[in-house]
Write a new protein. Sequence first.
Length: 439
Amino acid sequence: MSQTSDGVFELVAGPSRQKLYSNEGVESDLWSYNGSTPGPEIRVKKGERVRIKFVNNLEEPTSVHWHGIRIDNAMDGVSGLTQEPVLPGDSFIYDFVAPDAGTYWYHAHNKSWNQVARGLYGPLIVDEIEPLFDDQHDLTLMIDDWRLAGEGAVDLASLGSLMDWSHAGRLGNWLTVNGQPVPTLKLKRNDVYRLRLINAANARIFEIDPARINARVIGYDGQSLKDAVTLNYAPLMIGPAQRVDLIVTPKNDFTLDEISGDEPFPMINFEVGIESGNESDPVKLVANDLPEPDLENAKTFTLDMTGGAMGGFVEIVYQGEKLKGEAFRTSRQVWAFNGVANLAESPFFDVNQGETVIIETINNTGWVHAMHIHGHHFKILSRSGATVDEGEMWRDTFLIGPEQKTKIAFVADNKGKWLFHCHMLEHAAAGMNTWFNVT
Ligand code: C2O
Ligand code: CU
């Protein structure tokens, strides 16, 4: 992406038009960064300072969140918590350091259920100090799930449907990768490629089977593993906001399928051409340096998730008041964390910088959720009913099924006010949102 001579990226949010259904079909009215969805790939090196001049040409306030970056709190981009939203016509300079190499992304963080659904997101790639691949062999694949109507334009009328908010979130009926339906990518036989999959959907969980294409996993949520892993299970679920990095050495044409349905649904076609003849070096992974949780001296907090359709009646406190009757409909708050919908004045917890935090999340709803922590990566300590061993990995978002209990741990080494929320964006808007304070 273009930088000005002093190294500042320019990112402009505004209305745009794009064909999502097919190259011949109708255009959708979208909102995007720099005129197309996904927005431009911002690419920096580990440890580098990133400066972005953000301009808001939308008709509503917005802000930009740098998902997964262990960032300076003031630059986290959460409207109403870490900054005032940027008003129409205004601009804001984001200025931060990207401490970890890996696959990240940026997206709007004001009314995200609306702004992200309309296309306000893009990839943020942090290269290793010695990049593992050249750009021909390093492919970013941003997957989205759109709800199209009529001739194939995005269905704007159904945005904000209370049905979506209280059920599984806004699910679509059309899939794009880098803004295109089933793109075809050309690869060279026997070269090694890195595929960076990013789920930018509001609520859809994508399921893949890396083994079917002889791919190995090298990272999750921006954090590299120490060694490439061949999964001995499928499906591999990629929840909203999650990332998976794969390496693959193509022999013949292949397709990466989404496999949650009865029939595999093609996401990307890979056309494999002739051999380049260049020897590829073995891939040498370098994990980022993250602080190991100190479980002996940890503070434990419990998060009880309730609400949603089929959840039975639950008491919800919103903005300090218990919701009754009509107030449920007018406030649109249908989910709660520890009985509270959305951000209360006091945090879920307060800890000192450097303390280890264990959060036990109990999903007492009938739905699956994708829980995201801002500013930190965590390890999963336990997961009730887990049937597969996912090994040791750092994540910034975890999936949790109905009735499931999951324990995570991390060192709260980053000062500030941080969100902990469901990344199914309708769930977050309808109550699944809290915050914690590191001082
Ligand atoms: Cu992708 Cu609150 O974040
Ligand atoms: Cu959720």
